[in-house]
Design a protein around this ligand. Structure first.
Ligand code: UT7
Length: 307
C-alpha cells in the first residue's frame, strides 16, 4: 500500500549544557584526538533538569511554533525512545498532556533503539493511510546521559541527549513514500541496556556499515528510483566513519549525507529527527530525502519521502 503524506513541520530541542571531549578527558582515560578521529564527535549535550518527556515536548513545541501549526489538528502522537523517565504513563501520553491536548487522541511510545524514529514514522504514516486520522506528531527523544556508565570509555564518549519532532499529514496528492524496516535479532548481548548501556562497539560497527549500505540500496530499488534521484541522505548519527565507509562503497560523495554528529554525538532515536529539523530549518524544501537508521536489536530501517 502506498503511504502518502506530506511533512508539515519539524522541530528540535537540545539541552543547553555542552560536554566537550576535553571535559571527558578529565573524568576518563581518553583524548579529544581519539574521540574526534574514531567517531567525528566534538561535543554532546547533557540534560540537567529536563527528563525525556520535557525534551520531547520542547521539540514538539519548536515544530508547532516554527511552522505555526494548529495543534488541534494532531490525532496521533508517537514517541520513539529507550530513555523515558517511566514506563507508564507513556512519554507520548505525557507530551500530549504537556502540550495541553485534551481531545482523546491516540498517543503511545515505541522502542526500536536507534532505529526508533524510522519505525515510528512508518507506523504513523500507515495509520494515516487508513484515513481514520489526519495528522501525526512523531518524536524521537532521548536522555541517554541517564543510562551512561561514566567509567566506561567505550560508551560514555559516544552518546548525548536531545529530541526531534516531525508532523505529517495524510495527503492523497503527495508523492508516495517508501519504508523498509526490519530486525535481525542478535541475542549475544552485543548492545544492551540493563540499567546502563553496554556495547561491543566493533560488532555494532560491522553490522552498521553493512546494513546501512544494504538499506539504502534496497529502499531506493523498492521506490523504483536511482541513487541520483535522492537529494540528500540523512543517516543515523552514530559514527562519522560508518558514513564515510558507506559513502565510499556506494561511490557517493560525503556531501550527499547530512551530518551533525560533531555537535551532538549519538542521540539514538533522536538523531534523525534532529538532523531533519536542522536540514529543513536551513531552507531545504521540494527535495527527495532518504533517512536510514540502525541500532540495538539489531534493528534497521530506511525511508524515502519528500520535504
Ligand atoms: O547507535 C548504534 C550504537 N552504536 C554504534 O553505532 C557504535 C559502533 N561502533 C563504533 O562506533 C566504534 O566501534 C567505537 C567508536 C565504539 C570504537 O571504535 P573502534 O575503532 O572500533 O575502537 P576499538 O573498540 O577497536 O578500540 C581500539 C582501542 C582499544 O585499545 P587497544 O585494545 O587497541 O589498546 C580501546 O581500548 O581504543 C581504545 N579505546 C579508547 N581509547 C581512548 C576505546 N575507547 C576509547 C576511548 N578513548 N574513549
Amino acid at each position: 500500500m502506498n503511504q502518502q503524506f506530506k511533512v508539515v513541520a519539524s522541530g528540535k530541542y537540545v539541552p543547553s549544557d555542552i560536554v566537550t571531549n576535553q571535559d571527558l578527558e578529565k573524568i576518563i582515560d581518553t583524548s579529544d584526538e581519539w574521540i574526534r578521529t574514531r567517531t567525528g564527535i566534538k561535543e554532546r549535550r547533557k540534560a540537567n533538569e529536563e527528563v525525556c518527556s520535557d525534551l520531547a515536548t520542547f521539540a514538539a513545541k519548536d515544530a508547532i511554533d516554527r511552522y505555526q501549526y494548529d495543534l488541534n489538528n494532531i490525532d496521533i502522537i508517537i514517541v520513539a525512545t529507550i530513555t523515558g523517565e517511566q514506563q507508564t504513563p507513556s512519554i507520548a501520553n505525557v507530551v500530549q498532556g504537556k502540550l495541553g491536548i485534551t481531545r482523546p487522541i491516540m498517543s503511545f511510545d515505541i522502542n526500536a533503539a536507534c532505529t526508533g524514529f524510522v519505525y515510528a514514522l512508518d507506523i504513523a504514516s500507515s495509520l494515516l493511510q487508513t484515513k481514520r486520522f489526519k495528522s501525526a506528531l512523531v518524536i524521537g527523544s532521548e536522555r541517554l546521559s541517564s543510562i551512561l556508565d561514566y567509567t566506561d570509555r567505550n560508551t560514555c564518549i559516544l552518546f548525548g541527549d536531545g529530541a526531534g519532532a516531525l508532523i505529517i499529514e495524510q495527503d492523497d496528492q503527495a508523492r508516495p513514500s517508501y519504508f523498509l524496516n526490519g530486525a535481525k535479532p542478535d541475542l549475544t548481548d552485543v548492545l544492551t541496556v540493563r540499567g546502563t548501556i553496554a556495547m561491543d562497539g566493533k560488532r555494532v560497527y560491522q553490522f552498521a556499515v553493512d546494513i546501512v549500505e544494504k538499506s539504502i540500496i534496497n529502499v531506493v530499488e523498492q521506490a523504483g528510483l536511482k541513487l541520483t534521484d535522492i537529494d540528500r541522505i540523512l543517516p543515523h548519527q552514530a559514527n562519522e566513519r560508518i558514513i564515510q565507509s558507506v559513502s565510499k562503497s556506494l561511490s557517493l560523495p560525503m556531501e550527499k549525507f547530512a551530518m551533525n554528529i560533531e555537535n551532538y554525538g549519538n542521540t539514538s532515536a533522536a538523531s534523525i529527527p534532529i538532523l531533519l529539523a536542522e536540514y529543513m530549518a536551513d531552507g531545504h524544501q521540494n527535495e527527495t530525502i532518504l533517512v536510514v537508521g540502525f541500532g540495538g536489536g539489531f534493528t534497521f530501517g530506511a525511508a524515502i519521502f519528500y520535504i
